[in-house]
Write a protein that binds this ligand. Sequence first.
Ligand SMILES: Cc1cc2nc3c(=O)[nH]c(=O)nc-3n(C[C@H](O)[C@H](O)[C@H](O)COP(=O)(O)OP(=O)(O)OC[C@H]3O[C@@H](n4cnc5c(N)ncnc54)[C@H](O)[C@@H]3O)c2cc1C
Length: 317
Amino acid sequence: MTIAIIGAGIAGAAAARHLVQHGLDAVLFDKGRGAGGRLATRRSEGRAFDHGAPFVTASGGTFARFLHECIQNGTATTWGDRGVEARTVGLPGMSGLVHAALVGSEVRTGFEVAALERRADGWTLTSTAGTRAEGFDAVVLTLPAPQAGRLLAPVHETFATAAADARYTPCWTLMLAGEGIDAAMASVAEDALAGEGIAALVHNAAKPGRTADTLVAHAAPTWSSARLEDTAEAVGADLGALVARHLGLTAPFAASSAHRWRFARLARVAARGPDYDPDAALGIAGDWCLGPDAEDAFHSGIATAQALLLTVVRARP
Ligand SMILES: Cc1cc2nc3c(=O)[nH]c(=O)nc-3n(C[C@H](O)[C@H](O)[C@H](O)COP(=O)(O)OP(=O)(O)OC[C@H]3O[C@@H](n4cnc5c(N)ncnc54)[C@H](O)[C@@H]3O)c2cc1C
């Protein structure tokens, strides 16, 4: 059986991992240049930034076991001294965690799914460029709810309604690099890592295995909402000035680039959890089905994969 998974973030990767571990084939489709989703790593001019989730935490269950496994095989490490319950980061960047879960699966990047269609020979996925991928026995959608909802509306009213229920806050993120960042951040107290318009300053360089003199600033939700449709250049300049003022610098750091997360953190979870409909051969997962953290997204992918596997086992003669 071959399952198409739309979205190669941690939810899609977790679903794929579980299916592959149980003998099914998983093909993931993602519109991005690489896998990772919001566990994102941006490389630019020899530097690497974690510009999505700065770290993940695990309160227990399958995600904690997965993180321990990653730590053992060198695809993750703890940041600080409090174990996986505190802060775990992927290696060499946050997307390393997603890549670790994708071992054994096929990933097709640069494939933005525009439409889904179920025919006698299975599900067909059509990309925005008109490319088709055909013959899948089932499809699991793991995109952020608004993007999932657009694909679900013509094929599954109940799941589309569930997706319409979820809400996200946006986040403008600024990646800063330049001599002096490490020195400036060394003297910043823990409680001064947020401020006017700034939700969090993350000293990227302080994480294990990262590039020196790199900093990531996440703008506050209200600041990000107010500037959501502005250009990255304009936002980068203003957010850079805000960070400089907050750190007491006379000028912003030299190199910076801004990234807009339209759907950054889940603000309202959908009323329906991760689910698989055996009659439609269609499943949903993603943070919006369970909760706001990467851990929730991972567990949602596992839950949907388990439900799918159950129907496969039940259908066996
Ligand atoms: C700035 C920021 C800070 C965060 N901080 C934390 C934190 O401290 N701790 C924590 O646990 N979590 C944090 N999170 C949240 C966490 O990153 C997410 O909950 C989790 O990564 C969601 O995983 P997912 O697989 O559900 O979705 P995603 O990671 O969003 O994956 C969905 C994938 O679908 C793809 N996609 C979308 N549309 C299409 C399409 N039409 N066709 C094909 N592919 C498509 C996207 O490219 C993406 O790769 C943060 C997120 C952000 C952005």
